[in-house]
Design a protein around this ligand. Sequence first.
Ligand code: F6R
Length: 607
Amino acid sequence: MCGIVGIVGHSPVAPLIVDALKRLEYRGYDSAGVATIERGELSRRRAEGKLVNLERRLRDEPLDGNIGIGHTRWATHGVPNETNAHPHFSNGVAIVHNGIIENFAELRDELQRDGYVFASQTDTEVVAHLVARELAAGRKPVEAAYNALKRLQGAFALAIMFRGDEDLIVGARNGPPLAVGHGDGEMFLGSDAIALAPFTNSITYLEDGDWAVIRRNEILIFDMEGKAVERKRQQSIGTSFLVDKGNYRHFMQKEIHEQPEVIGHTLAHYVDFTKGEAKALELPFDFASLDRIAVSACGTAYLAGLIGKYWFERFARLPVDIDIASEFRYREMPIVKNSAAFFVSQSGETADTLASLRYCRQAGVPIGAIVNVRESTIARESDVVLPTLAGPEIGVASTKAFTCQLSVLASLALRAAAARGTITPEDEKSMVRSLSEVPRIATQVLKLESQIEQVARELSHYKHVLYLGRDTNYPLAMEGALKLKEISYIHAEGYAAGELKHGPIALIDEHMPVIVIAPHDRIFEKTVSNMQEVAARGGKIILITDTKGAASATVNTLETIVLPDVPEFVAPIVYALPIQMLAYWTAVFMGTDVDQPRNLAKSVTVE
Ligand code: F6R
């Protein structure tokens, strides 16, 4: 993952680079570093841990220089310490890198044989030495960089700077995103437009295989054959937002509370509430004649897709194959004729999801991207972009993006059902009415926060937690478990309630709280039976249900969280909120770093 920045400016750039890195910290936060050219010489400051450590370092030992590169790291090769932090240097070359150099071991052996000494355990350092070896062989900086790039295999976004040249950064992209920002007598480079937002909103996205020569007054872009290429310059829409927690303690909490609004925005994009129908979209396929849909995504986005599968199959009678993208990309699934593929991703940059998209692209299937970042690679490589209007999500644990993904999928399933004639116009109207109620009900659910906070206080005393649900509440149970483990570090599993007796029931005792997600739906009684199985074995149940469910559940619970009654169709969107709040408050009681949990990054651009 990692975030990279480069500035060829006309005033000291180190503070600007740190500012840009703050906006990229969602990409990784194991260590950070900045290098500039001061009076012709390369200088750098690096620090282990969060950016504040680098800022402190720079306060004690400031860096001068009007040209510089910076990096915030998510460790892949080598532990997160200062030595492995970027920028890496080699004989007058400074480099920052996002991605993985797959042939680094072979290149390192070759460079070591040539006498290059490696200071770090990273894969990145080979690039610095490769460029330095080209310089030593008499090549000029740009040619040296290009020759080195040709030797690299793997995924990379790179920025390279050269001792003695205060008007040159070479950028390159193969896989992870890289944007060039155009200024007036100054130029910028960054992993995304958001990083560059304070400096410019005039952006050019490099395409895979592109590399760029960036000088104060000129940007030249080439492909891997060395041919000059034209890439569109566009106005970024990333400039309009402020990264701000408002009155909230964490971004995650703020993002949980933004949900009524952003779900409303997203639904309004896809559904005509006045007419009571899903809007006709311009799609590269016709839902009515599709035989199948393939969906692929990772993590929380995958679980949103899984809930979408229940909706598409039940309401539109349209079979859905859904896969975790890291499996999909390699399992060589035959692509069915008359199918369409959907890729779900908050960032729109997840490497496995992007690779799955490209697999489907080769197979000639029409592609839809359900993404939050409209300028992302996945969005740009799809036939139709189906945006989630969640706004920037900063907390590493996905919350509002998830419920917005569900909102898009529910609307699409509705559209498909109407197009295929599998629901009546009356059904459609009533389902649209259900969707229209979600923002209001979500607002009511958020008022349960203080009760949920108390439940979380109890939960924080346990080491293991089981989540159970049936039907769409089964993926939601998995999402609850994922959220809890990623931010509180408590081990949690999400299971289909009916599957309990086939193994996990052996785990049940008084040390294992069981969170049951069970609105009073058509299979509520079945879930109650599963709760009884848990209670009979001394398991402590936390039940999340509605008023009817609370009244008719004949089981003793440790706590019952009672939500307003919601139509079954939209229940997963609403029931996502209590499980997010439960994870959030548990993490707060555990004292973990809620917005930037250990070992994680917001945007996963490596395999
Ligand atoms: C969990 C979480 C991750 C992401 C996953 C996919 O809270 O955020 O599981 O959902 O890494 O990321 P995107 O949606 O950016 O493709």
